[in-house]
Design a protein around this ligand. Structure first.
Ligand code: HEC
Length: 428
């Protein structure tokens, strides 16, 4: 009896509000929020552009969006640029669509399919290059760091506004960093298939241009900022590979976007972190903390967290000179596959005397579904995928250019104190 009444009620509701259709209600959501990754040739394993693509996965779409797994977006707070979030109304449209039979509606009225220029999300790059030959990663063995030299054609001085990196094989690429070498050292080391380069790329001064981690979207420099690209330099791509149990090959591509405007401002990296990580097997709440007091006023543009698989919760705070506390980042359920670089909607001004704090919590128990070890094993600090790391990088610009030196000195002092305190050594 009750069931009949409820069913009648549902019919009455749907009668007032016709079931959502792909062409009118769902396609606009998928094109705006999902197709950037879910189109042929993009990062996701299937496309969600056509009615056929989407309708056969209607139930799965309802599930993953209902649980907040898709679109992938880790920070719960605060607000950032380019957030990938659905509104509650969009989530309920996708639920209703699946529940009412995933109707197409009149497909002629569907919005035009989105187009993606050349596959690079930022559009056609000023320079596109790839590793000169594919690199083979053996089926098993330790993690590999390999550097590949990409010579640049002669060109006048340019400034890099953005870079993008597309791994050839995301199963084996853990992360990739792009440097420029003005010394010629990388070319000398290159054996043809690159050279082994654990840690640093093996030359100084190495200017970093940016990197790729799983899930990361390319982020252009804020207005007025850019990295100089010297006329007589080589690009060097450092790729960290991990074995999958199968022989794999990779050929990674890079894209550079230029501006002719020399930069007016430079981002300084305020790096918090710790190498004292030694997490017993089964430990549920291993906490890593670090702090740094700003000696000068700065504008905070963005924040970049980094850890591996057993990290669970990441927090960054500013303790203001008046005692107030401001959340700079909270990721309640960290996922190694979705590393990103976050930029605030507008720079946050932090006064001299503000204390920046980080607090990362690690769950090395069997209850953590992302724990790579079954059963759990002791996990220590290190760069391999199965080691752990703890890093929180703040991208700041001193409010007064004349304060740059004082900030660098304070950061240098912090680094020296850390080294003096002894770096954690791997157990033998
Ligand atoms: C930033 C890129 C990105 C965006 C945006 C994105 N996805 Fe995904 N999606 C992926 C990737 C990559 C996978 C493969 C699984 C993984 O790595 O988690 C995936 C997997 C999925 C799956 C399969 C999950 C499973 O368990 O098999 C579904 C369904 C899905 N996405 C739906 C969506 C929908 C719906 C949206 C928009 C509301 C969306 N995705 C937005 C990248 C994205």
């Amino acid at each position: 009896m009750r069931g009949v009444v409820l069913a009648g009620l549902a019919v009455a509701l749907w009668a007032k509000d016709p079931p959502p259709t792909f062409s009118r209600d769902v396609a606009p959501i998928l094109y705006r929020r999902c197709a950037g990754c879910h189109h042929p040739g993009a990062v996701a394993p299937f496309s969600l552009v056509t009615y056929a693509d989407a309708s056969k996965r209607a139930a799965l779409i309802a599930t993953v969006t209902g649980h907040g797994f898709m679109p992938p977006w880790l920070p719960s707070r605060p607000r950032f640029q380019n957030e990938r979030r659905l509104t509650p109304a969009e989530i309920s449209t996708l639920q209703n669509w699946a529940a009412t039979g995933a109707h197409s509606g009149n497909l002629v009225e569907a919005p035009p399919e989105p187009s993606f220029p050349e596959g690079w999300p930022l559009g056609t790059p000023g320079l596109e290059a790839e590793m000169s030959q594919p690199f083979t990663v053996p089926a098993d063995g330790p993690d590999l760091y390999q550097c590949f030299v990409i010579p640049l054609p002669p060109a006048p001085q340019r400034y890099v506004r953005a870079i993008d990196i597309r791994p050839g094989n995301t199963r084996v690429v853990h992360h990739a960093l792009l440097f420029q070498d003005v010394t010629g050292e990388a070319k000398r080391r290159d054996t043809g298939g690159g050279y082994s380069c654990f840690g640093t790329p093996g030359f100084l001064p190495a200017r970093g241009l940016g990197g790729w981690t799983p899930g990361k979207q390319p982020v252009p420099e804020p207005a007025g900022m850019a990295e100089p690209l010297y006329p007589r330099s080589d690009l060097v791509l450092q790729v960290h590979y991990h074995a999958t149990g199968k022989r794999e090959t990779d050929r990674t591509r890079v894209a550079l976007y230029f501006t002719l405007q020399p930069p007016r401002l430079h981002l300084t990296d305020v790096a918090l972190g710790s190498s004292r990580i030694d997490i017993p097997a089964g430990a549920r709440n291993f906490v890593v903390r670090d702090r740094f007091t700003l000696p000068v006023d700065v504008d905070l543009f963005g924040i970049i967290p980094h850890a591996h698989y057993v990290c669970k919760d990441m927090r960054g705070y500013a303790i203001l000179p008046n005692g107030g506390r401001r959340t700079l980042l909270h990721i309640p359920d960290w996922n190694f596959n979705w590393q990103d670089q976050y930029r605030y909607p507008a720079p946050i001004r932090l006064r001299a005397g503000t204390r920046i704090e980080m607090e990362f919590t690690y769950d090395n128990s069997a209850e953590n579904p992302r724990n790579p070890n079954h059963p759990p094993r002791r996990v220590v600090y290190g760069p391999a995928t199965t080691d752990e790391m703890a890093g929180l990088h703040l991208e700041v610009v001193p409010v007064r250019a004349s304060d740059e030196e004082e900030l660098s000195q304070a950061l240098w002092g912090k680094m020296m104190r850390t080294l003096g305190g002894g770096v954690y050594r791997r157990p033998q």
